[in-house]
Ligand binder design. Structure first.
Ligand SMILES: O=C1NC(=O)[C@@H](c2ccccc2)S1
Ligand SMILES: [Zn+2]
Length: 260
């Protein structure tokens, strides 16, 4: 049967290896982005986004998060440049968070974690024909990670956080059009990149990670809207305590920085 993984003690990240042995692989994510493990790479190109406002649907998907799905058949949001070969189409974006504003991100920077982390998931449309085909390939995915901290309200993310109270139940969904993913990126182009994996089961080692250095700010009310999503997954009605995987071993991988 489909193993019901989650983030509780009984089915959380430390138990995933029983159904998904790759959890102990050598290319797992997230990782702690330690300055001692990163190297400036002058050959890294700038990231190139061909993003425009697009229609999408917000879904309270696996009961642990919400995701904004994009219709990647019509005029897609495409990412290229940076460490990438070819172009990658955005398939969905989602977040990971915790129950307090100092923990919730998946990646960390010299051990420091943020309130949440936004993931923009893209698949390699130069080589594969859809997300399902690409998701298990070593060069199949590119995920942009953006750290989120509490501060000023974020206008574009407000289009999402304002709708979350309407999809607190699992599998509920709502249309959202006109979101501009470009506005979900920080001003600074600085990023780290390394080869890693999905951070949820099936944990495929198929992701070229691009983690932006500069965090976004959202208001405490916006963070509360995110933390108010319920999960029915565990049968009972409980608040999502957290949905972030702890850092994994770098196992000799190098992390390249686009900045000095
Ligand atoms: O960065 C990641 N975050 C997640 O929830 C993982 C995932 C798993 C399946 C599809 C898309 C993303 S990979
Ligand atoms: Zn994610």
């Amino acid at each position: 049967e489909q193993p019901s993984w989650g983030y509780s003690k009984a089915n959380g990240p430390y138990t995933w290896v029983s159904h998904f042995p790759i959890a102990q692989g050598s290319r797992q994510s997230p990782v702690d982005l330690r300055s001692s493990d990163t190297r400036f790479d002058a050959k890294l190109q700038p990231l190139n986004y061909h993003y425009m406002p697009t229609s999408s649907r917000i879904l309270n998907n696996n009961g642990f998060s919400f995701k904004l799905s994009f219709d990647d058949s019509s005029d897609p949001c495409v990412l290229s440049g940076g460490p990438l070969d070819g172009h990658f189409r955005m398939n969905q974006l989602h977040m990971h968070w915790g129950c307090d504003e100092h923990a919730g991100s998946e990646h960390s920077v010299d051990g420091n974690t943020y309130a949440a982390e936004l993931h923009m998931v893209h698949w390699n449309s130069s080589k594969y024909s859809n997300m399902q085909q690409a998701v298990a390939q070593p060069d199949g995915l590119a995920v942009i990670g953006v750290f989120i901290q509490v501060g000023a309200e974020h206008k574009e993310l407000k289009k999402i956080t304002d709708l979350l109270p309407m999809i607190t139940q699992q599998d509920s969904k709502i249309e959202l059009s006109g979101l501009n993913p470009l506005l979900l990126l920080p001003c600074s182009p600085a990023y780290w990149t390394y080869l890693g994996s999905l951070t949820t089961p099936p944990l495929y080692e198929s992701v070229t990670w691009i983690v932006m250095k500069e965090p976004l700010s959202i208001s405490s009310q916006q963070l509360e809207a995110i933390q108010s999503l319920y999960s029915l997954r565990s049968g009972k009605h409980e608040r999502l305590l957290n949905n972030y995987r702890p850092p994994q071993l770098l196992a000799g991988r190098e992390i390249r920085a686009s900045f000095k």
